[in-house]
Write a protein that binds this ligand. Structure first.
Ligand SMILES: [Zn+2]
Length: 201
């Protein structure tokens, strides 16, 4: 089917089709929809995509995404530099920051341990976390991975890797987050409680 279409249309359909959750039908619909839009709409989309790649940096300390490296949180002198909160994704940082009650640092793993899906320890930023802890000055590592099977497996892996560091307390967000839930979607009350009542990992 795409072979019968003019090349720019098939390329657009192919590109949309590579996005998560977009099947061939939706990819076609998006391409034809954009074709009918004014040029400004297409240009704004194209620019937003390119800016995403050009202007967003990964912090080389905590691996959160931002406009600078190191990021604003890592360079904020008012934050508690003895605590690191470990999360799966940048959106989890936003969810926790919205609460306003956590003033420590973060570490973004960029995924969760899931061998079934081919995501292994080396695909996550666990070795970088160990390096940060080894550098010293950290008293507590709060593991705030999702309340899913993968999130629990990740928490266990992090605990194992941090076991040898005396004086570093590994804690886990309290249960109370619904099983199978993502931190990103937890309501503020539940997340605040889970943070306050964190338990030793
Ligand atoms: Zn950072």
């Amino acid at each position: 089917m795409p072979a019968l279409l003019p090349d720019p249309i098939s390329r657009a359909i192919e590109s949309f089709g590579r996005l998560p959750g977009i099947g061939p039908k939706t990819a076609q619909r998006l391409a034809f929809h954009l074709l009918r839009q004014p040029r400004e709409v297409a240009e704004a989309l194209a620019r937003a995509v390119v800016d995403l790649k050009d202007q967003i940096l990964e912090c080389s300390t905590c691996f959160n995404l931002g406009a600078t490296d190191p990021c604003g949180i890592c360079t904020d002198g008012a934050r508690d530099r003895t605590a690191i909160c470990v999360v799966e994704a940048p959106l989890d940082v936003i969810a926790l920051e919205k609460l306003g009650s956590y003033r420590g640092l973060y570490h973004v793993l960029h995924g969760s341990f899931s061998p079934m899906d081919g995501i292994l320890e080396d695909d996550l930023r666990i070795a970088d976390l160990v390096r940060r802890v080894r550098a010293g000055g950290i008293n507590e590592v709060i593991v705030a991975t999702n309340a899913t099977v993968e999130g629990e497996a990740t928490a266990n892996l992090v605990r194992t890797r941090l076991q040898s560091f005396d004086g570093v307390r590994a804690t886990r967000l309290a249960q109370g987050l619904p099983i199978g839930s993502d931190i990103e979607y937890a309501d503020d009350y539940t997340l605040t409680r889970a943070l306050q009542n964190r338990t030793r990992l």
